[in-house]
Design a protein around this ligand. Structure first.
Ligand code: HEC
Ligand code: HEC
Length: 382
């Protein structure tokens, strides 16, 4: 599997993917121009973020953005997508666990939305393909733990806002429908490309990194073994791994969160959902024993803005994450064998943190749109 992923990366590289590379001697050998065709195969590499593959429809993006910030998409009209996915926090919320719909608490950390259209899977357990963002939006609007809304109610609300009626007409040539709502929000998400980071500039030969960050890059690609799972444009293998994280006690200490967890795993057909005191991750989707406690490798772009970390928000800072990996990950017996104590000095750990900071570009300021109001219509006018 690992071999396969590496090979895939190699193909991307051969096909003219953006140049990788690097300042370190070892990697210069691996990534030299003629190395791609000969053995040994190039190792996974970091890549500059490429431009979006698909042309976007500006009218749908603008409408989707307005809907993303509008609480009318949730049952009680208090929660918008942006309540949990806040632009200034790289579309996360700063909480260990997502708050969930009022009256419930969710049991996972909110992920970033940057570059989500380029992902393979979404959600920490990869339960939906990123290619189908409209379904991801529908899941959020309708799920009891997210926005708990009846689609027909949402449509009727939007029909009583003349500006929305006009915007749907412009973007779709018709009135608001559920399918069009999903499609507009999905188009907005496709527009979310993270800003150019110092690492992109460095890889493109257009900028430098501090000595310390360069030392961190070397560890990332070398003895830290981070690159084995975090590579490519988004610094992820789009795979699932068990890092052996100890269960977060807060998962089952709050009744509302425990209830959401039980209901969630019950819906997915997990037979012993009543006994669960931990998040079983990918296992709930595949029911394969090997997938127990495996979670999707997250993208590391803008990672300095997405604290706290991991599927359960149990690590507060990047320094905590590095220290966790330095200890060889958690103590679970079935953890990924690649996680071994790294014996990094405090200075080396600090340089790895410095490197992780170079994955964030300048803060992109995204102004929330001003939301249109309901307007009383003449009865029978729409
Ligand atoms: C109550 C908080 C909350 C609200 C409201 C919310 N989300 Fe989410 N979102 C989450 C959480 C938590 C996850 C991760 C769930 C999981 O892994 O089980 C997530 C995951 C996602 C993902 C997948 C990201 C990835 O890479 O895995 C997308 C896309 C997304 N949300 C978009 C939206 C959109 C669009 C809306 C509005 C229609 C929305 N969210 C509303 C909390 C929320
Ligand atoms: C075996 C594959 C693997 C290796 C090796 C690995 N990671 Fe990870 N990384 C993951 C997975 C999987 C997660 C998500 C775990 C979870 O959600 O519980 C993750 C999460 C993270 C996060 C948190 C991101 C977030 O938004 O929550 C950071 C930061 C990170 N890794 C950095 C590193 C660094 C630095 C190294 C090297 C010291 C490294 N990783 C090595 C697979 C790996």
């Amino acid at each position: 599997m690992i071999w396969f992923s590496w090979k895939r990366t190699a193909l991307v590289f051969v096909a003219g993917g953006l140049v990788v590379a690097g300042a370190t001697a070892a990697y210069q050998t691996a990534c030299a121009d003629d190395a791609a065709a000969t053995e040994p195969a190039p190792r996974p590499a970091l890549q500059v973020l490429s431009a979006s593959e698909r042309a976007l429809d500006a009218k749908k993006v603008a409408l989707g953005k307005m809907l993303f910030f509008d609480g009318r998409l949730s049952g009680d009209a208090t929660l918008s997508c942006a309540t949990c996915h806040q632009p200034e926090k790289a579309w996360t919320d700063g909480q260990a666990f997502s708050r969930g719909y009022p009256g419930s608490l969710y049991f996972r950390n909110t992920p970033t939305l940057w570059n989500v259209a380029a992902a393979k899977y979404v959600f920490r357990d990869g339960r939906l393909p990123a290619a189908d963002l409209a379904t991801v939006v529908r899941d959020h609007i309708s799920e009891a733990h997210f926005m708990q809304a009846d689609g027909r109610l949402v449509i009727e609300r939007l029909r009583q806002v003349p500006q929305y009626e006009a915007s749907f007409q412009e973007a779709f040539g018709g009135e608001p429908t559920y399918g069009r709502i999903l499609s507009a929000v999905a188009e907005f998400m496709r527009s979310l490309r993270s800003p150019t980071s110092p690492l992109d500039k460095y890889l493109a030969g257009e900028g430098t990194l501090s000595e310390e960050a360069l030392a961190g890059l070397e560890i990332f690609r070398g003895k830290g073994r981070c690159i084995e799972c975090h590579y490519g444009e988004r610094l992820t293998d789009d795979g699932f791994h068990n890092l052996g994280l100890p269960p977060n006690p807060a998962l089952v200490s709050a009744p509302q969160r425990h209830i959401t967890l039980r209901r969630f795993f019950r819906t997915l057909g997990v037979s012993d959902y009543r006994q669960l005191k931990r998040d079983i991750g990918r296992y709930a989707i595949t029911k394969q024993a090997a997938d127990n406690s495996r979670f999707l490798t997250p993208s590391l772009r803008e990672v300095s803005r997405t604290a706290p970390y991991m599927h359960d928000g149990s690590l507060a800072t990047l320094a905590d994450v590095v220290s966790f990996y330095n200890d060889g990950g958690g103590s679970a017996e079935d953890k990924d064998p690649r996680l071994q104590p790294l014996q990094l000095s405090p200075a080396e750990q600090a340089s790895l943190v410095q490197f992780l900071q170079t994955l964030s570009g300048p803060l992109k300021v995204i102004e929330p749109p001003s939301l249109p109001k309901y307007e009383l219509r003449k009865l029978g006018a729409n």
